[in-house]
Write a protein that binds this ligand. Structure first.
Ligand code: NI
Length: 258
């Protein structure tokens, strides 16, 4: 009963064997994958993958890296995509001040517009926050993102930031980096986040967990993230998987059959 709440199976790194990878996930007990869009075309691919595979659901959105490609029509197009079957969130959206692939003003503008869209459609948001904790919190507050809530994907902030996000109705999700030796802060935050606020993900094909670092990531590897969090919180695997499944159903409003 594994759940991967953040994957990019539409990525070109899966072009040669996408169907085999998805089949392998099913065989390994993955019951739900949320495939996050990064721009308009990747969002369309996410919708097609969801249409073709019972275990896949889609989020549609423009990633901060691609914010520079957004124009006056983007929100309208996203709106038409967001009402399609099995679209469960707006994402991934946010700010990335590590790479700065899009100008920061444009990142903020596109982030704000997409929160507005999510509120209009009453869909949760999937937030990407890299080295932008202050502005992320400010914008989430100003744009009243708490009305719809969502998930802080691959959370890298402090305990205080996690608390502020949870106070605004957000879940905290951990990915491969929590298995890295130097992930002291992420481990600390994971031990602090209550079970009813916790999610797990791979962000595949990126962020491959230990012990497979260096290889292409895929949703089945979420088991390593699960094992790490079980160690940190001293939980049985079943307890954590049950909680993650419940949280996923609740946040994305989906009915997962085992
Ligand atoms: Ni991602």
């Amino acid at each position: 009963m594994l759940v991967d709440t953040h994957a990019h199976l539409d990525d070109k790194k899966f072009d040669d064997d996408r169907e085999e990878v998805i089949q392998r996930c099913v065989e390994e007990g993955v019951v739900c994958i949320i495939n996050a869009g990064s721009n308009l075309s990747s969002s369309i691919k996410a919708i097609s993958l969801a249409a073709e595979h019972p275990i896949i659901y889609a989020a549609v959105g423009i990633h901060p890296h691609d914010a520079k490609t957004a124009d006056n029509y983007s929100t309208e197009i996203l709106c038409s995509l967001a009402v399609r079957d099995k679209v469960v969130a707006i994402g991934e959206i946010g700010l990335d001040y590590h790479y700065d692939f899009s100008p920061r003003d444009k990142q903020k503008q596109v982030f704000r517009e997409q929160i507005g869209l999510a509120r209009e459609l009453k869909l949760p948001i999937v937030v990407h926050d890299r080295e932008a904790h202050g502005d992320i919190l400010k914008i989430l507050k100003q744009e009243k993102a708490g009305e719809v809530g969502g998930v802080m994907h691959c959370f890298s902030g402090s305990r205080e930031t996690a608390k502020e996000c949870m106070d605004m109705n957000f879940f905290i999700s951990f990915a491969g980096p929590i298995t890295f030796g130097n992930a002291r802060r992420a481990k600390e935050v994971a031990s602090y986040v209550p079970m009813d606020r916790l999610l797990v993900e791979t962000d595949c094909p990126y962020l491959t967990p230990v012990p497979l670092r260096g290889k292409r990531n895929y949703p089945g590897n979420v088991k390593f993230v699960v094992e790490e969090i079980c160690d940190i919180k001293d939980l049985a695997r079943e307890q954590l998987l049950e909680a993650v499944l419940d949280n996923t159903k609740k946040l994305f409003g989906i009915d997962i059959t085992r």
